[in-house]
Design a protein around this ligand. Structure first.
Ligand code: PLP
Length: 375
């Protein structure tokens, strides 16, 4: 059994994907070109924003937005404590200071009350100026943007949606990667919409921001890449990856997103008793990058993970460590009481196999093993 089955997907779309890759190879146009432009237009249209700018990966996508906003030393950027390292890394990489904020125990996403508290505390301390908040759509569920945007407006913060795991989700029909002032996603193979290597994209309705990012991602280009008007980076989505993504985006829209939501419903109907299942609030739709359950304790989780392993069922812990406990961020001091929820989640969460090609028998086997272990 696979945790995320990329082989089944390839087997179904093999003919189309192989032909598309072959076409790019025959054309020998490996960088840029019409295929990348077409993909960007399709992605922007799907998400419902004016601009999609593709780039090398989801981390560069975040960093490019911070660069364009001139986020720098002395700026505070608010980041959930429970996320993948990159969300905080890009803040430090750009010289600013990440301020970690605890998350909501039910949705796993940034706790908006605690966000406001952290902003107030930062203002009171007077060392850093609050500049940006980066909410993360963790495990596929959009963060609480309606409330986040209120806080952002009140304190004049820019909102950068980290939709690396959230592509395809929505709140009342408004698509993930359309929230905030800008949003980003990742096409890493295991993400909801993945390519066959690295890839990423930025989404925004802001014309000036889009133009600036288009320059920054190509060595700070002016009229062309040999006319350099600012310091940028080199971050591109390969043409081969774009060709693959065009086919995968169609599969994603046609059935994969529905399929993961069916798997979610089926898991929920089969899991019993003491296990806490993922909760999708009213009006929210998740793209289920992960199906994550909560156990009572670390001991119970270890026992379950071992028993699953014995039966050939893979499971993963996202995430073992809160951001504030990462050695890379150990130059700052933290109050553990500020991170009570994240600390607990890191000890009790477990992600079960989740992908559009997971069969009902497999879900039954997994749920059966979980129920037996905890029952
Ligand atoms: C995967 C991920 C990223 C980084 O994406 P890459 O394409 O791997 O650089 C950023 N943020 C979150 C929340 C992620 O899950």
């Amino acid at each position: 059994m696979q945790f995320r089955d990329l082989k089944s997907q390839y087997a179904i779309y093999k003919n189309e994907i192989d032909a598309a890759v072959q076409d790019v190879m025959s054309s020998a146009n490996f960088i840029g070109g019409s295929i990348v432009k077409e993909l960007e237009a399709e992605l922007a249209d799907y998400v419902g924003v004016k601009h999609c700018i593709s780039c090398g990966n989801g981390t560069d996508a975040l960093s490019l937005v911070l660069m364009a906003w001139n986020v720098k030393e002395g700026d505070a950027v608010f980041v959930p404590d429970f996320t993948f390292f990159a969300t905080g890394e890009v803040v430090s990489l750009n010289g600013a200071t990440p301020v970690f904020v605890d998350v909501d125990e039910t949705t796993f996403n940034i706790d908006v009350e605690k966000l406001e508290k952290a902003v107030k505390k930062t203002i009171k301390e007077g060392k850093l100026s609050p500049k940006v908040v980066i909410p993360v759509d963790l495990f596929g569920l959009p963060a609480n943007y309606p409330e986040i945007e209120k806080v952002a407006e009140k304190y004049d913060l820019l909102v950068l949606e980290d939709g690396a795991q959230g592509f395809g989700g929505n709140i009342d029909g408004k698509m993930a990667c359309s929230f905030g002032h800008a949003a980003t996603t990742s096409f890493f193979p295991a993400k909801p919409l993945g390519c066959f290597g690295d890839g990423g994209a930025i989404f925004t309705n802001d014309d000036d921001l889009a133009a600036l990012i288009n320059s920054l991602k190509i060595h700070g280009k002016g009229i062309n890449k040999y006319d350099n008007v600012r310091i940028g980076i080199n971050s591109r989505l390969d043409t081969i990856q774009a060709a693959i993504l065009k086919i995968k985006l169609r599969a994603f829209r046609e059935h994969e997103l529905d399929d993961v939501n069916r798997v979610f419903e089926f898991y929920n109907s089969k899991l019993e008793g003491s296990v806490v299942k993922p909760v999708i609030p009213d009006g929210y739709y998740s793209s289920f990058a992960q199906y994550t359950i909560k156990l009572n304790s670390k001991q119970q989780r270890n026992k379950l993970q071992n028993q699953l392993k014995e039966q050939g069922i893979p499971s993963m812990i996202y995430y073992v460590k809160p951001m504030h406990r990462q050695e890379a961020f150990s130059d700052k001091s933290y109050n553990e009481l500020d991170f009570a929820v994240t600390n607990k989640l890191c000890d009790t969460v477990l992600s079960l196999p989740m992908h559009p090609y997971l069969k009902e028998e497999e879900v039954e086997k997994i749920a059966g093993a979980v129920n037996e272990c905890l029952g």
